[in-house]
Design a protein around this ligand. Structure first.
Ligand SMILES: *Cc1c(COP(=O)(O)O)cnc(C)c1O
Length: 491
């Protein structure tokens, strides 16, 4: 353990200060707080000098892994680099110092951001209107399904409570549907990893609210029967919901609106280059076709003869968040789109797709590739071809590969998802990585495969260089030790 890997409390010396101020000349003002509400002793803060604080936090920041420290091929998450200009713009006082309850007339610029984002996202997706109120992808799904339900109800069609979700779907899809009070029915994938149209047909009927899909699906494969699926679902009176969390491969090439989808969400904190991780802040705007306008949640920015105004009633999905979502995230996405521009935004999808296929083809001699066709922005391996298992020696697993990658300064891909493959290793390089970075990653993945074949124990014990090795996942998630108090309680 390095000296500065200790807790900041370990450096505490009674009476040590970072700063001291001269005694104020003005008389002390006694607190207006009632006696019973005041603390009886000073807070138990570490007593340290400024340099101790700086070293503590700087070292702490380096124990973490982020897209600013290394390549982050986390499939289904689109961990692309977030250009710093977006941060600069989001930090401008003109945006940062306003209040959400300010009169709309005094924040016309903010409303203009919402309105122009609505137009840009409509152009990219083929939807007509967007609400920016949802604060995450899953929140967008819930909002979209509330819109779907509101539409059926507005037509007196109250029996439509069934929602179809493919078995390859992201886990949030069935979860959001359940939270919305819909009954989830699973449609199977066929051998090619696509929705099985024959399996779908018997599920369609007068109780159908709709289907939730994503295309390319969670395996990175394009659902080529989408037009037929859309026609079948519409014919049965259902709507099509598009999970656009991973819009990356489509931007500038294909639009969900043109495929027949009626409602969708986007994750601005994935494809639209705003930071994510650690639980937020996120933004999951929901787009709808023109006929669903009256089902949008409120408030919604509209343009009037006197400038922008907020529509706060007359819609049926109600309110889904305080105010209008995470404006800072929306602003970053807006800055990113304007920086790239209409012409170059078309290159995002094709380059992301090229990068994924490049990595896939370079590594398929060492990792099992269950679906060998051309992929879109991401692909799935199903563990190592030669995991080194032999008499008395346990083979290396996907978890072992993921842990070993950390030793070489790369974040692990998504592992054990999707559930269709037991040793799933899902890789998404994104368009923001250079060929040199991809080549370095490919080299390391080959080296790890060679280690596994030679001596899987090297992998079982990984990571060897990370600040902590292998916590028990369940304990770490359920009983995290994240501060001094937890540590004290542990004894
Ligand atoms: C990330 C993701 C979601 C959920 O988004 P959150 O912002 O984490 O709620 C939904 N669907 C897919 C396909 C995703 O990749």
């Amino acid at each position: 353990m390095r000296y500065y890997d200790h807790l900041i409390f370990d450096y505490s010396e009674e009476g040590r200060r970072g700063y001291t101020l001269p005694k104020a000349a003005a008389p002390e003002v006694s607190s207006a707080l009632p006696e019973g509400l005041r603390r009886s002793s000073a807070p138990a803060l570490p007593e340290v000098s400024e340099v101790d604080v700086v070293r503590h936090y700087t070292n702490l920041s380096q124990m973490n892994f982020g897209v600013d420290t290394g390549f982050y091929p986390l499939g289904s998450c689109t961990m692309k680099y977030n250009p710093k200009i977006n941060e600069e713009i989001a930090a401008m006082a003109a945006f940062g110092a306003i209040h959400p309850l300010q009169p709309v007339a005094s924040v016309q610029g903010v409303q203009a951001v919402y309105a122009s984002m609505e137009q840009m996202l409509a152009a990219i997706t083929g939807m007509k209107y967007f609400t920016f109120n949802p604060c995450a992808g899953a929140h967008g799904e819930l909002t979209g399904l509330m819109i779907m339900r509101a539409w059926h109800r507005s037509r007196g069609d109250v029996a439509r409570t069934k929602i179809i979700v493919p078995d390859s779907a992201h886990g949030t899809n069935p979860a959001s549907a359940a939270v919305c009070g819909l009954d989830v029915v699973v449609v199977k994938s066929n051998a090619a990893g696509l929705v099985d149209v024959e399996d779908l047909k018997p599920l369609l009927g007068p109780d159908l609210a709709g289907i939730m899909m994503t295309n390319p699906n969670t395996l990175g494969l394009f659902e080529k029967d989408i037009k037929e699926i859309a026609a079948l679902v519409h014919e049965a009176g259902g709507l099509l919901y598009y999970d656009g969390a991973n819009m990356n491969p489509l931007i500038g090439t294909v639009r969900p609106g043109d495929m027949g989808f009626d409602i969708m969400h986007l994750n601005l904190h994935k494809s639209f280059s705003t930071p994510h991780g650690g639980g937020g802040p996120g933004s999951g705007p929901v787009g709808v076709a023109a006929f669903l306008k009256d089902c949008l949640p409120y408030p919604h920015t509209i343009e009037t003869a006197d400038g922008y105004a907020l529509q706060t009633t007359g819609t049926t999905a109600g309110r889904v968040s305080a105010h209008m979502g995470n404006f800072g995230v929306i602003l970053r996405a807006c800055a990113w789109l304007l920086t790239i521009g209409r012409q170059h935004v078309r290159e995002v999808g094709p380059i992301a797709t090229l990068n994924a296929n490049y990595v896939k083809e370079k590594l398929r001699d060492a990792y099992k590739l269950p679906i060998p066709s051309v992929c879109k922005h991401e692909f799935v391996f199903d563990g190592l071809i030669n995991d080194g298992a032999r008499e008395g020696v346990e083979g290396a697993t996907t978890l072992d590969v993921a842990k070993r990658l950390l030793d070489f300064g790369f974040h692990a891909p998504t592992i054990y998802f999707p559930l269709l493959f037991h040793q799933a290793l899902m890789i998404e390089p994104t368009e923001t990585e250079s060929k040199e970075t991809l080549d370095a990653f490919i080299d390391v993945m080959h080296r790890i495969a060679a280690e596994a074949a030679e001596d899987p124990n090297i992998l079982h014990a990984a990571p060897h260089n990370a600040p902590i090795s292998r916590p028990d996942d369940t304990t770490a998630a359920k009983h995290p030790v994240i501060n001094w108090g937890d540590l004290q309680a542990e004894g």
